[in-house]
Design a protein around this ligand. Structure first.
Ligand code: MG
Length: 380
């Protein structure tokens, strides 16, 4: 009887040489995506060239670097809209980011585009957000002579601040998508974004789909709004339930953007690429009108009133105080920020904008007792 080897096929390690075939297989899979999809093998690359990973594409590698960053971990304790809410079920900047990623991946996959690129951009898009959400951003924007935008700061973080100042060295497509994600008030869907990748366009629109819907749900949770406050035209078009509204919008985006998939339309038998449409991610007219109406409704009933709330006022005071305090005492800024910045002023901006809500509240209260009273009575 022949002796059986005790080494099974499973025990044989994959040789490093063959392991690199995994990345090549993943890259070949990308070649079967839409002709309009961004392909990692054709990336414009990184500032500092690096040898490729054996088992991940360049965009998958960027996604992983973002998830492992310190700025990503801090998102857990940063406000979305409601500042330092007492309930555990409110959206934070981290859960917002995960919702954007999930929506963006769904749309990218449905449209035969690069899901990994959309995911990496989505996970990195809000890394530069200040404490206290839009209020903190607005306050820094007023204080700084060059202004402050969280999208630019997200780029600063991945290019200059993370990894002890070396940055994450991400690909050009991910950095561009992070920088271009934010949207002004008004009909941002009217402006076509042909100069950015379709995956970046998906994240831009998914960001709005996520925040409009989860902020509405949080406003219901906080008792600021009730179901009956929702404009009838919005409920009629988008639906009465949270999941229904997201599903309606996401499916509408997929339907009206299908021309970018490079696939034949299964319902009409036509090829979406003929006649050549402008390559953009879009919504149909009726959903777009309802979506914009809902966005304006949120500005009027939730976002702007929230800015003027006692918590909003205290948040502004804290950001102003911390910026002023460290602006006059550069030597008290933690040395790691000074090492990563090009000037002492930049180190102050990196430090203050990078704080979580709770860190900012505690530090301000320690340095100026009573300043954070609105929060400190219930949080500290
Ligand atoms: Mg966002």
């Amino acid at each position: 009887m022949a002796l059986e080897s005790s080494v099974t096929q499973d025990d044989v390690p994959l040789k490093a040489k063959s392991r690199s075939s995994i990345r090549r297989r993943l890259e070949e899979r990308e070649q079967r995506l839409s002709p309009y999809a961004a392909k990692s093998s054709q990336s414009a690359g990184r500032e500092i060239p690096e040898p490729p990973s054996d088992v991940r594409t360049e965009y998958q590698r960027d996604r992983d670097r973002i998830i492992h960053s310190k700025a990503f971990r801090r998102l857990k304790h940063k406000t979305q809209v409601f500042i330092a809410p007492l309930g555990d079920h409110y959206v934070t900047r981290l859960t917002h980011t995960l919702e954007v990623s999930q929506i963006a991946r769904t749309i990218a996959r449905a449209l035969n585009l690069n899901e990994d690129l959309a995911e990496a951009i989505a996970l990195g898009h809000d890394l530069g957000h200040t404490p206290f959400g839009h209020i903190g951003e607005d306050e820094l924007d007023k204080i700084l002579s060059d202004g402050f935008r969280h999208s630019s700061q997200s780029l600063n973080i991945v290019e200059r601040v993370e990894r002890e100042g070396r940055g994450l060295n991400l690909t050009w497509e991910v950095r561009q998508g992070i920088l271009m994600h934010s949207k002004p008030r008004g009909d941002f869907l009217a402006a076509l974004d042909n100069d950015i990748t379709l995956e970046a366009q998906i994240v831009r629109i998914s960001d709005a789909v996520a925040y409009i819907n989860h902020d509405l749900a949080d406003a219901f949770r906080a008792g600021i709004l009730s179901d009956k406050d929702l404009p009838a035209s919005v409920a009629d078009t988008l639906g009465c339930r949270h999941s229904e509204r997201i599903d309606t919008i996401v499916c509408d985006i997929i339907d009206h953007s299908y021309h970018v998939s490079g696939l034949a339309d299964s319902t009409t038998g036509t090829n979406g690429a003929q006649p050549e449409p402008s390559l953009s991610i879009r919504m149909g007219d009726s959903v777009r009108t309802a979506f914009m109406e809902l966005r304006e409704f949120m500005f009027d009933t939730v976002y702007l009133p929230n800015d003027d709330s006692p918590e909003g006022e205290t948040a502004r005071r804290i950001v102003r105080f911390l910026y002023g305090y460290f602006g006059e005492r550069h030597n008290e800024v933690p040395p790691e920020y000074a090492q990563r910045s090009r000037s002492p002023e930049e180190a102050v901006v990196d430090y203050v904008s990078g704080m979580t809500d709770l860190y900012a509240i505690r530090l301000a209260e320690k340095l100026s007792p009573g300043i954070a009273k609105t929060f400190s009575e219930r949080l500290l």
